[in-house]
Design a protein around this ligand. Structure first.
Ligand code: ATP
Ligand code: MG
Length: 259
């Protein structure tokens, strides 16, 4: 039975998350709350641990320490089997989209329905048509992924990640590799999903234009730590040197040596 949540309880609570790969400590005591209906943007440089953080939330990676509580229930200790229904509620848009190239757009988007629901073909068609229209790709069902531009592929991947009507969607770099106009389309879709479906979102990105458009709150992750969290304008106007350097896009001389 699902524990009863009161209105003020966060949808997702991360406490003391630590993740190591060998000697490399990627997440260091990450604490975060996510409230129902909001879009939280996670900004931070490459290698800061953003993708690892998302994977730890849904149990694709095991934590070394800490806890993940979703809807009042601890989920980081669940078995793979017990995680199956949780993963229906928490959608994941992978960093590179991850479409199956041998399947049509329709079959790609219908895949989670066929895996998780005992839906008849008509229901499946309706649901696919509905999500394709939400991402502005109605009429694209019969295309193959190879026929799509990068921006269209991203939209189809998005359609697939919302087809099971998740409560929470984790977006990993939803605009990576897209030009500014296509990125703006993705930003509008993220807003639309929040407004029409009430979808709660965690958007991992280093696209500052996207962050400005979709964030209710922002967290700046640096070297695996929460460097600053606050409402959008507080973080974007911060005078903290690490953040202002990131926002201005200027590099330190030592970064040239590492690149
Ligand atoms: N499965 C893994 N095994 C070992 N190291 C890993 C693994 N996944 C990630 N890492 C390491 O963890 C660190 C953080 O990786 P992560 O992918 O979270 O970065 P990121 O903030 O998402 O960066 P980007 O903006 O480039 O996507 C990196 O040093 C990476 O090499
Ligand atoms: Mg990443």
């Amino acid at each position: 039975m699902r524990p009863v949540m009161n209105d003020t309880e966060p949808l997702l609570q991360l406490r003391g998350l630590c993740k190591l790969f060998g000697d490399l400590q990627v997440l260091r005591d990450v604490d975060l709350d996510l409230h129902a209906g909001e879009t939280l943007v996670v900004l931070g440089p490459s290698g800061a641990g953003k993708s690892v953080l998302l994977k730890c939330i849904v149990g694709l990676l095991d934590l070394n320490r800490g806890s993940v509580v979703f809807r009042g229930r601890r989920i980081d200790t669940l078995s793979e089997r017990a995680l199956v229904p949780i993963r229906r509620e928490i959608g994941f848009l992978f960093q590179l989209g991850g479409l199956f190239d041998s399947m049509s757009v329709f079959d790609n988007v219908a895949f989670p329905i066929r895996e998780h629901l005992r839906a008849d073909e008509a229901t499946c068609r309706d649901r696919v048509a509905q999500v394709l229209s939400l991402v502005g790709m109605e009429g694209g069902a019969d295309l193959m992924p190879a026929d799509l531009s990068g921006g269209q592929r991203r939209r189809i991947a998005l359609a697939r990640s919302i087809v099971l009507e998740p409560t929470l969607l984790l977006y990993d770099e939803p605009t990576a590799g897209l030009d500014p106009v296509r990125s703006d389309v993705v930003a509008r879709i993220i807003r639309r999903l929040q407004e029409t479906l009430g979808l709660t979102g965690v958007v991992v990105t280093h696209d500052i234009a996207l962050a400005k458009k979709v964030a209710d709150r922002l967290v700046f992750l640096h070297e695996g730590r929460v460097h600053l969290v606050g409402d959008r304008d507080t973080v974007l106007n911060s005078s903290d040197p690490t953040i202002s350097q990131f926002l201005a896009g200027t590099s330190d001389p030592h970064e040239l040596e590492q690149a």
